[in-house]
Write a protein that binds this ligand. Structure first.
Ligand code: ZN
Length: 339
């Protein structure tokens, strides 16, 4: 009970990319970049292990952006044909690449990185892939016509990738779907179906991470418009509970998400966000434990994991490391209390 894991991303060391900046370009090239990414992966595997995190990640050290890192290895996308698009329901305006033909993987995307990570840790290992709906909300479409069709096409590619990762010994395949908190009707119409296609036939654990985003200004401003209680999860959790995804994350640290929404996930393992990613202040183990304890009102301890609200990538490196320690120490406190 109270196993721990993180949403996924961790800061890049300063020799790999500019710190405290989301999506900063690489500072290395060619062979140096390849070994730089591996060194960074080793650093964070060690930090997570030393902190006592049970299900570790590679900290997403080998990609700049959680969606584009996958799309770069997909055919059928014209990167020169940029379309100006308001994404996450116009929360950000960005120039996105355009789908101009049938999408197809050029080859394995993350297998080399995960083979390396697998070789260097005996803990549970989790990989994060972008969810089909979030991909569709991060790219323009000039080929498929319907978003649901585009999502299903990407879901099939994600499934091929996920099966290869599972075969390498990855223990948990997580789909990141921040768009699920924005397009609640689409989630029910086709989002869950696309998610299930992405995990079809897998025997390893499957997870979905749905969040209110990184602690950046655009997200903080958006959160201010969501009212005194954030109930977006309420609309989609019943459908997720009926899906075959086994683990679901929600933001509980410093957020206005009512903890009672956990009761809508009665058949799932819950990754309870007990680390706030929108502040550099490091939680105490007692604070982490109190969030996990509150979650036990709505789910048995065996179904609760301690997690971060979202990725830790934009934080200073020492802050992120300290938050890993707080998370694991808080979960350990809870285990002791329950013993
Ligand atoms: Zn997130």
């Amino acid at each position: 009970m109270f196993q721990t894991t993180i949403a996924g991303s961790l800061p890049k060391p300063s020799w790999l990319a500019e710190p405290e900046k989301l999506w900063a370009p690489w500072r290395l090239q060619g062979e140096e970049l390849i070994s730089g990414k591996r060194d960074a992966t080793l650093v964070w595997l060690k930090e997570q292990e030393d902190a006592g995190i049970d299900i570790v990640t590679d900290g997403e050290q080998s990609r700049i952006h959680f969606v584009h890192g996958f799309l770069e290895r997909v055919d059928g996308i014209d990167w020169a044909k940029k379309t100006r698009m308001g994404i996450r329901n116009n929360r950000y305006e960005v120039d996105v690449p355009t789908v101009t033909g049938v999408v197809k993987r050029k080859g394995p995307v993350h297998t080399d990185d995960m083979r390396f990570a697998r070789a260097h840790t005996r803990r549970g290992l989790k990989i994060e892939l972008p969810g089909p709906m979030t991909i569709c909300d991060t790219i323009a479409d000039a080929h498929y016509g319907r978003r649901a069709d585009l999502a299903m096409a990407f879901a099939k590619l994600l499934n091929e990738e996920a099966r290869e990762l599972e075969a390498l010994g990855v223990d948990v395949i997580q789909l990141d779907e921040p768009a699920f908190n924005v397009f609640m009707d689409d989630v029910k119409e086709w989002g869950i179906a696309a998610l299930e296609e992405a995990v079809r036939g897998l025997t390893c654990k499957t997870a979905v991470h749905i969040c209110y985003g990184y602690g950046i200004d655009a997200n903080i401003k958006w959160k201010e418009t969501l009212g005194s209680e954030w109930r977006q999860y309420e609309e989609i959790f019943p459908a997720i509970n009926n899906s075959r995804i086994e683990m679901v994350s929600l933001e509980c640290a410093g957020s206005k998400v009512p903890m009672s929404l956990i009761s809508l996930l009665s058949d799932k393992q819950i990754m309870v966000g007990a680390i706030d990613v929108a502040t550099n202040r490091v939680e105490t183990p007692e604070e982490v434990a109190s969030v996990l304890k509150a979650a036990t009102q709505y789910a048995s301890p065996s179904r609760i994991l301690g997690c971060s609200n979202c990725g830790l990538a934009p934080l200073p490196r020492d802050v992120a490391a300290a938050k890993l320690n707080a998370l694991a120490a808080g979960a350990a406190l809870m285990r002791k209390q329950m013993a």
